[in-house]
Write a protein that binds this ligand. Structure first.
Ligand code: HEC
Ligand code: HEC
Ligand code: HEC
Ligand code: HEC
Ligand code: HEC
Ligand code: HEC
Length: 369
């Protein structure tokens, strides 16, 4: 194993020297084989901030990722020659060569960015002015983090919603050649599920929404902890995938997952007029009464915001203390009686014990006769 790694390192060094030896290779074609260097597991360094950076690209993972048909330099557009200099950040909203079949236009994630900009997570307010604390607003990679190239099949239940991998054989009876059947089948079926586990989604949101400094800056409550205290949150922690996660409640059914709005926005899923409809979404409480909308997910014990809950808490704490101290006092007096059985605050002068003994004598005599 070790010598294997060593050989790779030597090869890499040789490749690099060869490439640096020449004048920089300007590539006329679009295609650059980035993997001649990036296939080496050891390609890494510690950056200026002291973080370990791994530049190794696992080609198997890449070829199983949703981006497999996109050339490396279609995203990393600033790389036009190798060896390359420092690389810019990728703009996720740029166009690629892929034609999106429903509209025949070149594909890009621009629509998602536009939706995001309209949502509570948009960086600009209604008048187009930057909102305060710009750095707190999420970009694509804040929610879609590592590992970037997670293969679809690795984290999706295959048998959900009656979708089975065996069905591919049915497509194959007509679409025989290549991976056509598999690719299209997986494309569609994988989109029928959530791409992330619900627990992962809560973690994504928690990155910001549970950060104490963030909550203070934006005057928001700890929505993560409060959610985890509810029935939904507990079901999730116990492994259920059928319970409501943040997205299920915060996105209007049928809307883009990126349109999360504040409760003050009339179209939002959590606006007081819409909560009932959100609970009754398909797959959820379809037959519920509108009263279910009264269910509060993010209850804190803040006296101003949730007075009822605050005073209930005070009441139960008081009740608990009362019961506990009452019985503690009981136990204490019982203990005292056992330790000092003859103790009395007021001494009675009649010699009870003599009278008692007299009775005992009487008893003994009766037993003998
Ligand atoms: C000659 C070998 C070689 C080739 C070919 C190559 N790279 Fe790199 N690449 C490197 C090395 C070495 C590093 C690490 C640089 C460093 O230490 O900062 C790197 C770093 C990177 C980084 C991270 C830069 C950063 O600091 O964030 C990206 C992104 C990248 N390469 C993309 C590509 C893409 C895309 C291609 C193909 C178009 C490519 N590379 C082709 C050697 C190569
Ligand atoms: C769909 C767009 C896309 C494609 C295709 C793509 N990348 Fe990237 N790549 C990204 C993004 C986004 C990042 C995160 C850093 C950033 O924002 O620039 C990244 C980061 C990297 C890094 C740095 C990793 C790190 O931890 O900083 C390397 C190296 C890299 N890519 C190489 C490649 C290679 C090689 C290919 C082709 C096999 C490739 N990329 C294809 C979007 C892409
Ligand atoms: C606030 C967090 C957040 C941000 C910011 C975000 N996304 Fe998403 N994205 C999600 C969630 C959550 C899903 C749904 C995942 C699931 O279905 O399990 C999703 C789904 C997707 C999907 C799959 C299609 C869909 O809508 O279900 C794509 C593609 C996507 N995001 C791209 C992007 C791009 C591009 C950006 C930046 C412009 C971005 N996202 C920004 C949270 C975010
Ligand atoms: C009985 C044969 C048959 C079966 C089974 C079948 N298809 Fe098709 N499929 C066709 C025909 C014929 C067309 C072209 C129809 C047309 O263009 O109107 C087609 C078109 C398609 C297209 C559109 C291709 C394009 O570029 O326009 C996709 C995608 C597709 N099929 C996927 C599938 C998948 C996935 C399955 C399995 C779930 C499947 N098909 C099962 C015969 C079949
Ligand atoms: C990168 C940080 C970040 C991440 C990750 C993030 N948010 Fe946010 N979120 C914000 C910021 C910033 C605001 C705006 C707060 C304000 O209005 O002051 C916000 C606002 C909100 C609001 C509206 C609150 C209000 O002010 O009315 C909701 C609802 C929300 N986010 C839900 C989510 C959900 C659900 C997720 C996970 C899918 C998520 N957020 C992920 C930063 C983030
Ligand atoms: C069962 C549905 C439900 C779930 C699940 C849920 N929320 Fe909420 N959320 C609501 C409702 C309803 C409101 C508005 C009323 C309130 O504050 O209780 C709200 C309010 C919020 C707010 C404040 C919005 C504002 O305008 O003040 C944020 C931020 C938020 N939720 C984030 C999250 C995050 C993050 C998760 C996942 C951990 C989550 N929510 C899970 C229903 C839900």
């Amino acid at each position: 194993m070790r010598s294997d790694g060593l050989i790779k390192l030597i090869i890499l060094t040789v490749v690099m020297i060869m490439l640096y030896g020449q004048d920089t290779v300007v590539l006329a074609e679009d295609r650059i084989d980035c993997l001649i260097c990036h296939k080496y597991r050891g390609l890494s360094r510690v950056d200026e901030q002291g973080n370990f950076r791994l530049f190794y690209i696992n080609n198997d993972l890449f070829l199983n990722s949703p981006h497999r048909r996109i050339e490396c330099n279609e995203c990393h557009t600033d790389i036009e020659e190798i060896p390359h200099d420092k690389v810019d950040k990728v703009d996720c909203t740029q166009q690629c060569h892929i034609v999106e079949p429903s509209g025949d236009g070149y594909f890009s994630h621009k629509t998602i960015a536009e939706t995001l900009a309209k949502s509570a997570h948009g960086k600009l307010d209604a008048d187009g002015n930057p909102k305060p604390h710009q750095e707190d607003y999420p970009g694509c990679k804040d929610c879609h983090d590592q590992p970037l190239y997670r293969p679809l099949s690795a984290f999706k239940g295959v048998a959900k919603h009656g979708v089975s991998m065996r069905s591919i054989s049915r497509c194959k009876s007509c679409h025989e050649s290549g991976n056509f059947a598999k690719d299209f089948y997986e494309h569609v079926t994988s989109r029928l599920h959530k791409t992330r586990f619900s627990l992962e989604i809560t973690e994504v949101c928690a990155k910001c929404h549970q950060d104490p400094e963030f909550m203070k800056r934006h005057e928001l409550d700890d929505v993560i902890t409060t959610y985890k205290h509810t029935f939904h949150g507990k079901m999730l922690e116990m492994g259920s995938e059928r319970t409501a996660d943040c997205i299920d409640c915060h996105v209007v059914e049928g809307e883009s997952n990126h349109l999360i709005e504040s409760k003050d926005v009339v179209t939002s899923s959590i606006h007081k007029d819409n909560v009932g409809r959100t609970c009754m979404a398909s797959d959820c409480h379809t037959n519920a009464s509108p009263n279910l909308a009264g269910f509060q997910t993010h209850v804190t014990y803040d006296r101003e915001k949730y007075p009822l809950q605050f005073y209930m808490l005070v009441f139960f704490k008081a009740l608990m203390a009362l019961v506990m101290y009452f019985f503690l006092a009981f136990i204490f007096f019982e203990l005292m009686r056992r330790l000092f059985p003859k103790f009395a605050f007021f001494k009675d002068n009649t010699p009870h014990h003599i009278a008692d003994l007299g009775e005992q004598d009487q008893q003994d005599k009766e037993d003998k006769s």
